[in-house]
Design a protein around this ligand. Sequence first.
Ligand SMILES: C[S@@+](CC[C@H](N)C(=O)[O-])C[C@H]1O[C@@H](n2cnc3c(N)ncnc32)[C@H](O)[C@@H]1O
Length: 393
Amino acid sequence: MGERGAAGKRADCLGPAKPGFVCGRLRPGPVERSAPGSLRGRIGRPIGLRPRGTRGWLMTTRAIGQHFDTADDAFNWANGNAIGLILIRLANESGIVARLLSGPASVAELARASGLPTDKLGRIVDFLVAHELVEAGEGGLLQATPRTAMMHEAASYIRTLDLTFPMGLEMLPALRSGKTPFEAAHGQPVFSYFASHPEQAANFGRFMGWMTRRIERFIFAEHPFHPFGTVADIGGSGGDLLLAVLGHYPGTRGVLFDLPEVAERARPAIAASPLADRVEIVGGSFFDAVPAADLYLLKQILHDWHDDECRRILGRIRAVIAPEGRVAVIDHLLSDVPAPNESLSTDIAMMLWDTGRERKRHEMEALLVSSGFRVDRVTANPAGHSVVEAVPV
Ligand SMILES: C[S@@+](CC[C@H](N)C(=O)[O-])C[C@H]1O[C@@H](n2cnc3c(N)ncnc32)[C@H](O)[C@@H]1O
């Protein structure tokens, strides 16, 4: 939820804060901000931080508790979010969003294209228009806005909730019995489940790609890598980060390493990329061995696993890394004072999905040190994933 400024505009986007702009758009009025480095929000709660070295990267959040001052607000927050998620999913799955992105359409036309009854679709569209996700334009035609495109982009995330909600239902008995909620709800650990559910796995890959695109700008602006020849993205999924890094560092080569079925699924998109001739795709398990490289990327890998499992992964890298090699761990770092931010939510998501967790900076450093590395540089991103870069000792 975004902190609202005087003009009622959300201010929780990821990106460099530009004077006068919110989420890339012109800000129509003043928006409240926490002071740089401040841990206190406008009602005295911790709301995030802006450490030195993260020029202009600003995050504000709205605590869920702020919706619980009155029963009306609590109900509207819960009901609006639940119905909103259901309808955004439906609008994507029915093809309505894609149709509007190709041009304006009437409700009747959308009903014909989606197979939905016109009267009910009219009520659904009223909700989407009222919540500013699509626009009613000239002659009653509906039209897409940049937010409609964002709904389209967020579709993969919203589809992962098909897996998350059953985990939520199982969370209490699962935690009491020592299982992960994912295993309790879906019968096996997440990455084994994906091996036998390729459609869900492919959607998860699209979601990870979306998460990567959200932070590329931050990584390249704030965390330039030391010169390297070969970069290996360990658990690199569809290769989105690897391709972005290769595009940013001309003349380098990359290895995409992931489980064999995931690596195979990545092949067509990599082959279609103009950078394909600089990429090698390798299937395997990072618990067994990893390919040789100068720079290792571990984005949203360590947060999937508990400390002993992380030490095994890092141990495989430590065994083959050159003395001047580097490891860049890209994960959410928890703030020392719990803040209602993305890192805290993904920490609980990890409790649902697998055996991992998000870590505080000192916990991540301790993990790396106990695996034979020294932390050389940390670029903390209060809006999302941070980069912790380590060298072998
Ligand atoms: C949370 S996703 C992160 C993907 C990617 N690094 C990103 O940030 O977009 C975890 C990745 O680890 C991969 N993975 C899980 N177990 C693995 C293993 N034993 N060996 C190699 N990759 C594994 C998964 O297939 C998945 O692509």
